[in-house]
Design a protein around this ligand. Structure first.
Ligand code: SF4
Ligand code: SF4
Length: 318
């Protein structure tokens, strides 16, 4: 029997495991696992008690989730998101999600990566569409994902927003407009307004993997976060993360296997070529190639110093 805790996500009535399967890193943007491989890892997480899966139209992981759902005989909660801003594009995004995952109802639909009050305003028509679909029972809850404190603050005051998916990690990596303490204050206010809060990137996109225990403890100890989305690329990572959430020891063979995993620096496609990371890397492991940062893996020691200065949060350790 799973020892994972389950909580109701704010005022939504949706019950989720505290550990949420973060769907980005199995897909084409990172590990590029086959549908079968990705589906197997998701199914393993569900077998161990995880009932909450986070994805996005951008991640390209609907087929992996569809594959997993074929072998799962229990209800899971799926959250997805898109950059749609008009009613038309929101409709297309919703239909794509339903079709590609082969589901009738999307539990949680979010506006992806909202940056400011202005961005929220620009996506209002899409939000209205999702709300109308919620009234028809096609979506159960609506909300936003964001790296920005301003958006958490704004959404806390919007009764039509059910769920907020903010970035929260010990060092505030990836927060666009302030510190981790400011983000936590905003999250607390949103939580107290009844919003469902599931955070993202507790390990700062892999950059905090060296301080895994303390980084996980930091988010797990936050009383204003219902659930935490964590990317997992293998069954071993699923087992290790479930153990942490269950507060039990990770089997030694799993620990050893993960310790042997060869990691590398990953630069996301949205790198703007600003060059800040290149200046920060004192051992010269980065250079600009065709307007994007490129890493020399023979030199890189995975210290993550470069990630701490990237304004685009485009540097990850996988
Ligand atoms: S992780 Fe460290 S060594 Fe590697 S590119 Fe970044 S700063 Fe340089
Ligand atoms: S700091 Fe970030 S955005 Fe700038 S070049 Fe490096 S990876 Fe690209």
């Amino acid at each position: 029997m799973s020892l994972l805790q389950y909580v109701v996500l704010g005022n939504t009535g949706i019950k989720v495991s505290r550990l949420c399967f973060g769907g980005l890193i199995i897909g084409p943007l990172q590990a590029n696992l086959s549908f079968e491989q990705g589906g197997e890892i998701i199914a393993k997480a569900v077998e161990l008690g995880v009932n909450f899966i986070d994805t996005a139209e951008l991640y390209g992981t609907y087929p992996h989730i569809r594959q997993a759902l074929k072998s799962i005989n229990q209800e899971v909660v799926i959250a997805t998101k898109s950059y749609a801003y008009s009613a038309q594009s929101a409709q297309e995004s919703l239909e794509k999600a339903r079709k590609e995952m082969n589901i009738d109802v999307v539990d949680i639909f979010l506006l992806h990566e909202q940056e400011s009050r202005l961005t929220l305003k620009g996506h209002r028509e899409a939000l209205e569409y999702y709300i109308s679909m919620k009234q028809k029972g096609i979506i159960k809850a609506v909300g936003v994902s964001t790296h920005n404190i301003e958006v958490v603050e704004a959404c806390a005051q919007m009764p039509e927003i059910d769920v907020i998916h903010p970035i929260v990690n010990k060092f505030g990596l990836g927060i666009g407009d302030g510190t981790i303490n400011e983000m936590l204050s905003a999250v607390e206010r949103a939580f107290k307004m009844g919003k469902g809060i599931y955070s993202m990137k507790p390990l700062g996109g892999g950059n905090l993997i060296g301080s895994y225990d303390e980084s996980m403890k930091f988010v797990l100890d936050c009383p204003y976060i219902h659930s935490i989305a964590l990317g997992m690329q293998s069954n071993d990572e699923v087992v290790a993360n479930v153990c942490v959430f269950e507060n039990i020891n990770t089997p030694i063979e799993v620990k050893n296997s993960l310790a042997r995993k060869k990691r590398h620096l990953h630069i996301d496609w949205w790198c703007s070529g600003c060059g800040k990371c290149i200046k920060r890397c004192k051992i010269g492991a980065l250079k600009l190639t065709e307007g994007k940062a490129k890493v020399n893996e023979n030199k890189c020691v995975l210290c993550s110093y470069c990630a701490s200065v990237c304004p685009q949060f485009a540097i990850k350790v996988c």
